[in-house]
Design a protein around this ligand. Structure first.
Ligand SMILES: [Fe+2]
Length: 430
């Protein structure tokens, strides 16, 4: 049965090699006069912020710089400092006042920037807006110049800010948090260190896979998610070997935006709800956590995912000889091998997760709105067991989902019989 859906995307998205050169004329067309640049000191040093400054100068747009994003997984303090900064400048009655915010960087800088833009018009503390659709007023227009291939935050309405007091990364979602204009120029990504390239790139895979199996997936998001999976498998290892390969960087930029647009509309799942708890406590790169979690969570979700979805993903990953009987194992093995080649941790124990906090992680993960489209309903006990498994903690009790015999392929196929033709079960879809 069909259902009514709604698709969200930033208004204008400049993409591909050289797209930064078109930023100036787009800003002029929007009529902006004064920018707050939100970034970090490293990107100032690398010269990326200087390129944006030059574009603003060339087009007679005034600006000041807030470079207070001090680490990945930005926290409430960075947002509060930026909010104070924008208020201080206004109090000095500098004319014209800020009429837009422009972020230069990856997800951390984008999320800090849009949080500042949201508070500039809505007021209060960012903590007050955790959850969905809490903003009452449009945010100050936000322009995002992206320099990484990972979070895709520049094209989404999902804002992730760490609340250190609760050791959790809050999810704040609202269509008002979409950028007015984005730039994703792979030339800005040539400077990404190898480790960041890998950890960001594996997060793209987690986005695409979670979106493809999410409850709110549509044919529109499916095409983007599968396309992104294919691009990641064809390009991430290559770019890890040669970070100066511009064509490969460009392919990863497209994969990033496609996967992010897919999950922005289809939703994510428990790879991200659990990752947000570990990220909130460890400050390690988010992509390492989602990369480590993805095969475990997909395994947990498998009984609730139509097997055809696994067949489709396996083919997108370049696997051959895929049938309904081997598709789940084929996908899980392909992801695990891919992770191993790239050096992604095999479990959460080396990412700062602590045994004594497992119950807290589980409780907080179940409250995270990122999990609302997860294909399999999880109880608190399920979540505790899943996190224990992801941490490599031995358990005397067999996880509930193993007791369910989830990998009985006959049962899985029977569950999904209405979605499959006999052809799907037997044909080698290479
Ligand atoms: Fe992510």
């Amino acid at each position: 049965m069909g259902k009514s859906t709604c698709f969200h995307l930033p208004n204008t998205n400049l993409m591909g090699v050289g797209s930064l050169s078109n930023l100036g004329k787009e800003l002029v067309a929007l009529g902006y006069k004064k920018a707050l640049i939100v970034t970090d000191k490293n990107l100032v040093k690398l010269g990326h912020v200087g390129k944006v400054e030059q574009i603003l100068k060339d087009n007679n747009i005034a600006y000041t710089i807030f470079d207070g994003v001090e680490r990945p997984n930005p926290n409430v303090t960075f947002v509060e400092n930026g909010y104070k900064y924008i208020q201080d400048e206004r109090n000095k009655a500098i004319s014209p006042t800020y009429d837009f915010v422009i972020s230069v960087g990856g997800g951390s800088n984008h999320d800090t920037a849009r949080s500042i833009a949201a508070l500039a018009t809505n007021g209060g503390s960012i903590v007050n807006y955790e959850g969905s659709n809490k903003f009452t007023k449009p945010i100050l227009p936000w322009v995002a110049v992206n320099t990484t291939a990972g979070s895709g935050a520049h094209v989404t309405m999902f804002n992730i800010i760490t609340d250190d007091s609760r050791k959790t990364a809050m999810t704040i979602s609202d269509p008002k948090l979409l950028a007015t204009l984005t730039v994703d120029d792979p030339e800005l990504q040539l400077s990404m260190p190898r480790e960041v390239t890998i950890s960001s790139g594996i997060d793209v895979l987690a986005h695409a896979v979670e979106a493809y199996v999410a409850l709110n997936a549509t044919p529109f998001t499916d095409a983007l998610a599968l396309g992104a999976i294919k691009l990641v498998f064809n390009n991430l290892k290559r770019v890890a070997v040669n970070g100066n390969d511009l064509e490969t960087r460009e392919n990863m930029a497209y994969a990033t935006d496609m996967a992010a647009t897919a999950f922005n509309n289809a939703g994510l799942g428990h790879t991200h709800t659990i990752a947000h708890q570990i990220d909130g406590a460890s400050y390690r790169h988010h992509g390492l956590t989602t990369g480590a979690l993805l095969p475990y969570v997909l395994e947990f979700n498998a009984p609730s995912i139509p097997v055809q979805r696994f067949i489709d993903m396996a083919i997108a990953m370049g696997e051959t000889g895929v049938t309904g009987f081997n598709a789940v194992e084929t996908v899980l093995t392909a992801i695990r091998k891919f992770n191993e080649t790239l050096g992604i941790p095999t479990d959460l124990s080396e990412l700062g997760a602590k045994d004594e906090d497992i119950k807290y992680y589980a409780e907080m993960a179940l409250k995270d709105i990122s999990g609302s489209a997860n294909p399999r309903q999880a109880t608190l006990e399920d979540m505790i067991q899943l996190i224990r498994t992801c941490m490599g903690v031995e358990s005397s009790q067999k996880p509930g989902w193993e007791q369910d015999k989830q990998f009985d392929p006959i049962a899985m196929l029977a569950n999904n019989a209405e979605r499959l033709s006999a052809n799907d079960l037997n044909v080698d879809r290479t």
